[in-house]
Design a protein around this ligand. Structure first.
Ligand SMILES: N[C@@H](CCC[C@H](N)C(=O)O)C(=O)O
Length: 283
């Protein structure tokens, strides 16, 4: 079958066009595709399906033509992927499957329909993931550390841990998953670690972030995680709106937030097209 490969600030995806939803994409196929030695290698898979053809998206078919069926690299399903929507949009436009009307393209996801806007000539794609919902307090454990965090719902679950000055962000060992309270996050959680950074032009706040993603381990970037981090940074600054620059290992994402919307902006790039035998790969 045909595939494409793309990324947004190093958060990389295999895209599988399956407009009529004929592919039985199993978790073992997904993890084989995402295997960086035996497969193509990626943090996740984006299956490109017409909303009208997918039971989880058919209710949105009147609003959005395309459904992003997102899977983590371990084969698990997730509700939202902010970088994924941006790369998905790039794919739809590059392949001619969609043409943004008035510059905006609605995309169906498991967390509802999000709007995507393609920048003119700057390589950027922005998506409105809608305002994150800040929840209660939690803790993440990592090595010998216990780090206080804030639960944030961006359609998918996040735990944002702002590091105390005594903990070095770059020095955290994210080769193993952080611990969290399963009673607070019964379906697992993406854990973001955050440090403050000096002011930059064009942003009210500037932070550094690393993430351990549910279902994919440490990644170079997480768009929904970036929105969660921006929401906590704005709250901690006593604000309900503003622009937050978030530097992740793969580059910079910018979040522009108010009470209703949460625009996530950054590059979205396609790097390869090819053909793969999915049956042979999973075997
Ligand atoms: N990298 C993504 C988030 C992907 C899903 C996440 N791992 C989950 O299980 O919720 C992003 O850019 O938002």
């Amino acid at each position: 079958m045909q595939f494409s490969k793309g990324h947004g600030t190093g958060n990389d995806f295999v895209l599988l066009p399956d407009p009529d939803s004929q592919l039985d994409l199993t978790p073992s196929m997904v993890s084989a595709l995402c295997d960086r030695r035996r497969g193509i290698g990626a943090d996740g898979v984006l299956r490109v399906v017409r909303a009208a053809k997918h039971p989880e998206a058919v209710e949105h078919a009147g609003t959005a033509e395309w459904f992003m069926d997102y899977r983590n690299s371990d084969g698990s399903v997730a509700e939202m992927c902010g970088n994924g929507v941006r790369v998905f949009t790039r794919y739809l436009i590059s392949t001619g499957l969609a043409d943004p009307v008035g510059g905006t393209l609605p995309i169906a996801t498991r967390a509802g329909v999000v709007r995507a806007v393609v920048g003119e000539g700057d390589g950027q794609i922005s998506v409105d993931l809608r305002a994150p919902r800040i929840g209660g307090n939690g803790v993440a454990t990592l090595g010998g550390l216990t780090l206080a965090g804030t639960a944030v719902d961006c359609g998918n679950p996040h735990l944002v841990c702002v590091l105390p000055a005594s903990v070095d962000l770059a020095g955290l060992d994210l080769t193993r998953p952080p611990g969290f309270d399963p009673a607070l996050f019964p379906s697992g959680v993406n854990v973001e670690f955050v440090a403050s950074a000096p002011p930059v032009d064009g942003a009210d706040l500037h932070v550094l972030m690393r993430v351990y993603e549910r279902g994919s381990a440490e990644t170079m970037s997480c768009g929904s995680g970036t929105c969660a981090v921006a929401a906590v940074a704005l709250r901690d600054a006593g604000r309900t709106s503003g622009v937050v620059a978030v530097d992740v290992p793969g580059g910079r994402l910018t979040v522009t937030m108010d009470e209703r919307s949460c625009w996530l902006a950054g590059p979205a790039v396609l790097v390869a097209d090819g053909e793969i035998n999915l049956t042979g790969l999973a075997g």
